[in-house]
Design a protein around this ligand. Sequence first.
Ligand code: NI
Length: 141
Amino acid sequence: MILRLTRRYRFAAAHRLHAAAFSQEANQQLYGKCNNPHGHGHDYVLEVSVAGPLDEATGRVANPAVLDRLVAQEVLACLDHRNLNAEVAEFSDAPPTTENLLRLIRQRLLARWPETLARTRLAGIRLYETRRNIFELAERS
Ligand code: NI
């Protein structure tokens, strides 16, 4: 029996969608108002899911406090209340789209996956950019 735990987090960040490979006109067509040179902000909602077997001793799949600490240290500390283009190195030459944010969050979580979560694996990440714009990264099982 494999169980899944999902925790929800929030962070606010500013960004501007602009790809250096394309002309100003192409960027305007590609990203529309999200290409505004002065940027704009989002209140992101992040959901992180882990999956694993039931730990008979604790009756839990994972300790949520351990996951919270991992997300706070590896994700929220580098993204919350940041200008993503200016303050996050990965976005100095890549547009801070929600897809690219998902990839960055995945990399950062897996790089520091703690021993205390060793019985579980990262099962998925969902990022709400707006109420209508939701991106999801599904890990292969
Ligand atoms: Ni945006």
